[in-house]
Design a protein around this ligand. Structure first.
Ligand code: ANZ
Ligand code: ZN
Length: 826
């Protein structure tokens, strides 16, 4: 039986790596390469998305390690969250036991995939040793004035009398109208009662204090994909505008926020958010308004009806025209945006236009397109549709003809306003009415109000889990009732727990000192080891996790827990989706999933890893293909057998002529150089393509001649090493076959010194991809070998094409065996 048996070699090398502590990194390592994958949520088993994510970081970490870098490549568990509570309910166990089981089985899977982590640095966010620092940091943030208690809208089940997390709200049918219009309502997952929305006080981190810095620093994050930076920019949503006061007789001056002060002459009505103090004041004497506000509070913010609103009977004075315009209370005006009040210009704003048409309000045009605009002023009919572009002012008194931009500038003074910048970014509400999370370290005392749990009493540990309808922490009477730390009187613990995004906002720091008992992390080491050099994870975290982690890092730096670390992740890669063989995202419901376990059993981890890395660049979608999996497996067997046959003395070696040996030697160096460069750029598939080419050359070398032993052996070890970050078990097996000392994981990366002419040619390819002819001319077609070395496979056809066109060089090119193949194929 030739070839390797993956079921035998994979566990063997996994054990060997562990015995030799290959992936351990010392605390005193200086500024290691920090390679990190987003840690998994403890769902119970790895899916292909995980496997892809971790294969990328593992390959890169192994590559850097073989290059002689010290590498920090840790792993941990994002292990708090509602699904564990649900699983515990379903299985009649508790979230802790369930989570620990999940961790055990996921860890086993990671090991079977051959991923090399420093397990000494393993962390689990559900351990008191970890979450106590969430509590400690919450207190430090509070000292910095970054924690506030504010009202927030929550889902409330009137039947269970409990707050529901968003995930606990389902679409259902209102029970009292079974033959209703079929419209879906939101219902409680447990009892199907339609839910209500209630305003309740919650704990917030005031991330908005950092809005400007979080926005500005994005410009310098050039190791991040542009789309993620753009998503963060939009999320932060900076708007530069102005605030101006409008008089509402009987209620005084009300400030509005606008980004279109140039349109003020066109304001034909005025709108207040339901939560605006003046709206509330009006409601005191106006039943219709009171009822509207009440309904608006019940409604779900997410499905806004732009036309919804109620006339208050009051009028505001437009300071530009002196005219009185009707005041509405309208749902589309958000209480916590700007000032919660706006003047509306139906002619130039889409929402205002829809509202005005519905409520039959005047539409007055005050801006028309400039001469060089795409639209003809004649073609603009604001009665039909709002014109939302800038332009020249009309119907604006003495300011007619002024450009919008100038008008915005001038009007701030004219109408006694103020420049004002607004952000879409909201403060981060961290309260969750759930059990399986970090208890918020606060105690409520009727006399003293909210009092912090003293540092020496941290962690506030979770009590035993009980099965109950609401939040188990509310039912934990013994745990809940404590003495007030200030006055010693009867007091009650906060029963909300923290959003699990708090856990993931700083876990990358904990890896630097996972067992530290008197601080969340060692400030000096964290400062030295941070930022993460390569961070890899899903695009679904583009905004929340990645923004929160940036926020935490900045706060920690400002509070001197870090020194001069303003950003957590220097380079970010979002791996693309894994699709099933049918081209759809792998999912349980479609039944098109491929389980990592099955692939490991059938073909081995190396095959799975190789397939994943060859099939697409990390950012691209990857479609599963049984055929390509098979091809990856055959390739690995082929490389292995090449080594095996050589090691067993089955290859007759000798002196086949210096020319050919020289050529092969140059190809070996060139491949190492090219693969190295591709690894550095995260273009693993190109690196692997180069290795495949080398292996086929070595096969031809061996078949067609009596190869030089030294060159052949160097070729085999080079190919195996270049493959090792992706297929580490096979790498070790070959290393062993060749009787080398130690482990390949510890071996040196092949020298990336390419032959000089190769390097020149390579640069040329990079610089002149567009013009193969230039390459051919410049490197000199008399030396077709250099051309071969220089050009990526996809270009070799073009080299041949160019050579054909310039027929004087055809014979020269065709002397080159490699190019001949491309010539024949063409
Ligand atoms: C008058 C105006 C005229 C506006 C016009 C726009 C166009 P964007 O559009 O994203 O830049 N606004 C102000 N406060 C608001 C609130 N609390 N809730 C909802 N909308 C509010 O956002 C800025 C615009 O949103 C502001 O400029 C304001 O309407 C509206 F032709 O003022 B504008
Ligand atoms: Zn007290």
């Amino acid at each position: 039986e030739r070839g390797f048996d993956h079921t035998a070699i994979e566990p063997r090398w996994q054990a060997a790596w562990e015995d030799a502590d290959v992936f351990r990194i010392d605390d005193d390592a200086e500024d290691p390469e920090y390679v990190l994958a987003m840690f998994p949520y403890t769902s119970g088993s790895l899916h292909m998305g995980h496997v892809r994510n971790y294969t990328i970081t593992d390959a890169f970490a192994r590559f850097e390690r073989m290059r002689g870098e010290s590498v920090l490549h840790p792993m941990g568990w994002d292990s708090f969250g509602l699904p564990a509570e649900n699983a515990a309910e379903e299985r009649d166990t508790n979230p802790r036991d369930w989570t620990m089981q999940c961790i055990d089985s996921m860890k086993e899977q990671l090991t079977e995939m051959g991923f090399g982590y420093d397990w000494e640095r393993e962390i689990a966010t559900c351990e008191p040793e970890y979450y106590r620092w969430n509590q400690w940091l919450f207190k430090r943030f509070r000292e910095e004035g970054l924690v506030e208690r504010q009202g927030a809208e929550l889902n409330w089940c009137p039947s269970c009398e409990t707050v529901l997390a968003d995930e606990q709200v389902e679409e259902g049918e209102a029970p009292e109208e079974p033959h209703g219009d079929g419209g879906a309502v939101e219902v409680c997952w447990r009892c199907d009662t339609p839910i209500e929305h209630r305003e309740m006080d919650q704990w917030f981190f005031t991330i908005t204090d950092y809005a400007e810095e979080l926005l500005e620093a994005l410009d310098e994050l050039d190791g991040w994909p542009n789309n993620v930076r753009e998503m963060q920019r939009n999320w932060i949503g900076k708007q530069e505008g102005a605030s101006v006061a409008f008089e509402i007789p009987g209620y005084g001056e009300v400030d509005i926020f606008t980004t279109r002060l140039d349109t003020i002459y066109g304001a034909t009505y005025f709108s207040l958010a339901p939560g605006h103090p003046v709206a509330q004041e009006i409601a005191e004497d106006d039943e219709d308004v009171a009822e509207y506000i009440h309904e608006a509070e019940q409604a779900d913010e997410d499905d806004l009806d732009v036309t919804s609103g109620v006339f208050t009977g009051e009028y505001a004075v437009n300071p530009a025209t002196g005219e009185e315009i009707p005041v509405y209370v309208a749902d589309y005006v958000l209480t916590d945006v700007g000032t919660g009040a706006l003047y509306a210009v139906p002619a130039h704003d889409d929402r205002d236009h829809e509202f005005a048409q519905y409520h039959d309000i005047d539409i007055v045009q005050v801006v028309e397109p400039t001469e060089d605009a795409d639209v003809d002023p004649e073609d603009v009919d604001v009665q039909e549709e709002a014109y939302t572009e800038d332009g020249l002012l009309v119907n604006s008194g003495e300011y007619d003809g002024l450009h919008s931009e100038e008008a915005r500038e001038q009007f701030v003074e004219v109408f006694d306003g103020e420049h004002r910048t607004e952000y879409n970014l909201r403060d981060w509400g961290i309260s969750r009415q759930r059990y399986w999370g970090t208890p918020i370290p606060m105690i409520h005392c009727d006399d003293c109000g909210y009092v912090e749990v003293p540092d020496e009493d941290l962690p506030v540990e979770l009590p035993e889990f009980v099965h109950t309808t609401g939040n188990p922490l509310d039912a934990a009477e013994e745990w809940k009732h404590v003495d007030c730390p200030d006055c010693g009187g009867d007091a009650v613990r906060e029963t909300d727990t923290m959003d699990t995004f708090v856990d993931s906002s700083w876990y990358f720091l904990r890896y630097t000192s996972p067992d530290l008992e008197d601080a969340p992390f060692d400030a000096e080491r964290a400062t030295d080891w941070m930022p993460v050099d390569q961070y890899v994870g899903g695009i679904e975290h583009a905004v929340m996790h990645l923004l929160y982690a940036r926020f935490f890092t900045k706060v920690l730096d400002d509070t001197d827990l870090l020194e001069g670390v303003r950003e957590p992740f220097t380079n970010l890669t979002n791996q693309g989706m894994v699709l099933g063989e049918d081209g759809h995202k792998m999912s349980k419901s479609r039944g098109n999933g491929v389980s990592p376990q099955r692939i490991i059993e059938e073909y081995g981890a190396d095959t799975a890893r190789l397939f994943i890395m060859e099939a697409a660049q990390p950012e691209k979608e990857l479609a599963w293909s049984a055929e390509e999996v098979q091809s990856a497996h055959s390739f690995l067997q082929n490389v292995y057998r090449l080594a095996e046959e050589y090691a067993e003395g089955e290859v007759e070696t000798g002196d086949a002529g210096a020319d050919i040996a020289d050529y092969v030697a140059r190809e070996i160096d060139a491949t190492a150089a090219r693969a190295t460069e591709e690894y550095e750029q995260f273009r693993f598939n190109h690196a692997l393509q180069a290795v495949r080419e080398l292996v086929s050359l070595l096969r031809r070398y061996e078949d067609a001649t009596t190869p030089d032993a030294e060159v052949l052996e160097r070729g085999i070890t080079t190919a195996a090493k270049l493959l090792a970050p992706v297929a580490p078990h096979v790498g070790e097996e070959i290393w062993d076959r060749l009787d080398r000392d130690g482990l390949m994981a510890d071996a040196d990366w092949p020298s990336a010194e390419a032959p000089e002419d190769y390097a020149v040619a390579r640069r040329l390819v990079e610089n002149t991809r567009e013009d193969v002819r230039d390459i051919v001319d410049t490197v000199g077609i008399e030396d077709p070998q250099t051309v071969t070395l220089a050009v990526a496979p996809e270009w070799k056809h073009r080299v041949v094409d160019v050579a054909r066109e310039a027929d004087n060089v055809v014979p020269a090119v065709m002397q080159n065996e490699e190019l001949q193949r491309y010539g024949e194929a063409a």
